[in-house]
Design a protein around this ligand. Structure first.
Ligand code: SF4
Length: 457
């Protein structure tokens, strides 16, 4: 009998042994489980990375990382111990081959990018830009993106407990880097939150709010709870989604007594008012799904919220094969009870070319994962097309594979087109990485390239 292209096996979740890393050899289980300890011991620079991993990681890696930080990185370094511990989970730094395994690790590839990862000729696409989704243009209130007719994105804060190298919101989120400064909110926090709630009260056509950032896990809990409680008082709001990669990166936060008790209160009010609250997280690799992540998710589901869902990002080197994606989806679904939902194509921010897949590759992945997962848990591959929004990868209207340009249409006006009679007749473009194109396509871009706005190239 011939094997199926993918063979499912139930895999037990494993918390890698953090004591294998020299800097954490004496760290107790109690400390490891403490959100406070995790936050205090995040790795924020190369010196701290060396203190944790030590000389088992070759100097060439540290030098590669240092050059990337100085010349290309759009996000500063911030890796919680929980995430660092999931890199190369089966080896200690003293083991032969550790450096090569660290280079190849799927989580390392997007949390600790190095300059040799980036594409030498095309580190950035000529059409890449900061705020590549033009979210700030669609703010009726600072931080509140109104792109779709019935739903909004509330960016409450501009920090996270972890910084991902490929962050779409690199324009706003995190600390400045040597090549990218950051946009800062002008209004104070309280004024912004009040203005957001006022806008939602005044716009009964909005029923769905994604409460995001940054990551809501970085907002002091009482302030997050009072904002969500404010949403629950607005009659037209029926769906609330809390966006937190920290459910995976810092599950200890979601397991604290304060957060569990607060979510209990919010979930009870939501039930009374017939509103759905869900948590949306961001997991890109199966090895990130550990028993602590499963515990945190179950603690949240036990409060009575509607669901916990995953929105991953397709990243070369991390999850670009159907096998990697299916392993991740089954890890999420089997023991962590997280619903696979979307995989986004990586957005066109500066410095992202080596991570991005072409539209054709994303279409192939969608094809290749079909039929293995339950239908309700089969994620859609989506392209977030600038000025359009999320489109399933097979919704493309036209696709020029030589130039790597896909053309998309839409069926609603975004916040910036409410007076634009032609918005629904126009085609909107999205671009494949140039280095993947046939030679004629690459030659076209060499002769037409322009310097990307804010690019780190
Ligand atoms: S957690 Fe989300 S918002 Fe924060 S850096 Fe990562 S991708 Fe960006």
């Amino acid at each position: 009998m011939i094997d199926q292209p993918y063979v499912y096996r139930h895999r037990e979740l494993v918390e890698p042994d953090w004591q294998r890393l020299p800097g954490w050899a004496d760290v107790s289980r109690e400390d490891w489980d403490s959100a406070q300890w995790q936050r205090a011991h995040c790795v924020k620079n190369i010196r701290q990375l060396r203190q944790v991993i030590g000389g088992g990681l070759a100097d060439r890696f540290y030098a590669d990382l240092e050059r990337d930080q100085a010349e290309r990185a759009t996000m500063s370094m911030l890796v919680p111990p929980q995430m660092l511990n999931t890199m190369v989970p089966g080896l200690s730094p003293a083991d032969p081959g550790f450096t090569d395994a660290f280079y190849a690790d799927p989580v390392r590839r997007y949390m600790l990018p190095v300059i040799s990862d980036r594409h030498a000729e095309w580190p950035s696409h000529p059409h890449s830009s900061r705020d590549s989704l033009h979210e700030a243009e669609m703010w009726p209130v600072e931080g509140l993106t109104h792109r779709y007719p019935t739903k909004v994105l509330a960016e409450l804060l501009s920090t996270c407990p972890q910084y991902c190298g490929h962050c779409t919101r690199m324009d706003l989120v995190g600390n400045p880097t040597p090549v990218i400064d950051k946009h800062r909110f002008e209004l104070g926090r309280e004024d912004r939150f009040a203005a957001m709630l006022a806008y939602l009260r005044a716009n009964p056509g909005v029923r769905d709010v994604v409460v995001s950032g940054g990551d809501v896990a970085n907002l002091p809990w009482p302030r997050l709870e009072s904002f969500v409680a404010g949403l629950l008082e607005i009659d037209n709001i029926r769906d609330i989604r809390l966006a937190s990669k920290a459910l995976m990166g810092l599950p200890q936060f979601w397991l604290t007594d304060e957060v569990r008790a607060g979510m209990d209160r919010l979930a009870a009010t939501a039930r009374q008012r017939d509103v759905s609250i869900a948590i949306h997280t961001h997991v890109n690799s199966a090895q990130s799904v550990t028993p602590l992540v499963a515990r945190a998710t179950k603690a949240m589901l036990d409060t009575g919220i509607r669901d916990v869902r995953n929105q991953g990002v397709l990243l070369r080197g991390t999850n670009e094969t159907a096998e990697q994606l299916l392993d991740l989806c089954f890890a999420l679904l089997d023991d962590a009870k997280i619903m696979p939902y979307y995989f986004y194509m990586c957005d066109m921010i500066p410095g992202s070319e080596h991570w991005r897949l072409s539209l054709g590759e994303a279409q192939q992945l969608q094809h290749d994962i079909m039929g293995y997962l339950p239908g309700f848990a089969t994620p859609r591959m989506v392209c977030d097309v600038p000025y359009v929004g999320k489109r399933w990868v097979h919704q493309v209207a036209r696709y020029d594979q030589e130039l790597g340009i896909s053309y998309w249409t839409k069926n609603y006006r975004t916040g910036v087109e409410l007076d634009d009679a032609f918005a629904l007749e126009r085609e909107y473009e999205y671009y494949d990485p140039i280095y993947l194109l046939p030679e004629a396509g690459q030659e076209y871009w060499r002769s037409h390239a322009r310097t990307p706005v804010g690019a780190a190239s």
